[in-house]
Design a protein around this ligand. Structure first.
Ligand code: SF4
Length: 238
């Protein structure tokens, strides 16, 4: 695969993005990934949460190139199963995922903002523990790759396979955007991709321990995130 660097994302016009969206809509994710790597490497990175979708992408990327930067946001509040999976994936794929953590320790956050900020002001908590570290991870990049799917929630229903991320000023590449839950698990099974055992315990979407619960049959896959609140996104994918 040809990998050439590029400094063109900032120059990409809306018409070009629209053309790319049409070109890659419904195409195999590997095709989108190949194009993205060729176009943006080395100023592209994969934001990996180690959820089912991201494990699919990690597997695909690892089979394509050892050179893609892979990073994750460690809020300090991830499940022990998630930390274990990060180690397992690093070993299986021979990668060193870059860890981005909040500037504030949990203790310092408590001192500054009081107990249980995640309950009183989850948007602020996510801003401190997720969005700010993400900004650092994305600094200097032209594009990032994410595992979001339209089916996951109404907030993601209009996501495009290639789009402008106005919040972070980058091109956002979502190779699995058109995939179904079934597609994800078919790939995981057929390719023996490791996954978080919490998925087998009715956690289709996994975030921080304090804000993630299992879902009941028929519920939205993200219904277990910030249960009982209006909040549906942590601010990374708005
Ligand atoms: S998901 Fe919950 S605990 Fe995690 S950063 Fe957001 S509000 Fe805080």
């Amino acid at each position: 695969m040809k990998i050439s660097g590029g400094k063109e994302a900032g120059k990409m016009k809306d018409e070009e993005l629209e053309e790319l969206r049409r070109k890659f809509e419904g195409q195999p994710p590997q095709q989108t990934l190949r194009w993205a790597l060729d176009r943006f490497y080395p100023t592209i990175a994969f934001a990996c949460s180690f959820g089912a979708e991201d494990m699919v992408l990690l597997d695909m990327i690892s089979k394509m190139t050892p050179r893609m930067r892979v990073f994750y946001i460690d809020t300090g509040l991830l499940f022990k199963e998630t930390y274990e999976l990060i180690e397992k994936a690093a070993e299986k794929y021979g990668i060193k995922p870059e860890r981005y953590a909040p500037e504030l320790t949990l203790e310092r956050q408590r001192e500054l903002y009081g107990e249980n900020l995640y309950q009183r002001n989850p948007d602020l908590c996510c801003q401190i523990r997720k969005v700010e570290p993400l900004k650092k991870a994305l600094a200097g990049l032209e594009a990032w790759v994410t595992g979001i799917r339209r089916e996951q929630s109404p907030t993601r229903a209009s996501a495009a396979v290639v789009e402008r991320d106005r919040k972070f000023g980058l091109v956002k590449v979502n190779p699995l955007v058109h995939w179904t839950f079934k597609d994800v698990w078919k790939y995981i099974t057929e390719n023996h991709v490791p996954y978080n055992p919490l998925h087998d315990r009715n956690y289709p979407s996994i975030g921080c321990t304090l804000c993630t619960t299992p879902v009941a049959p028929g519920e939205d896959p993200r219904a277990g995130r910030w249960r009982g609140r209006d909040k549906k996104e942590c601010g990374l994918h708005l």
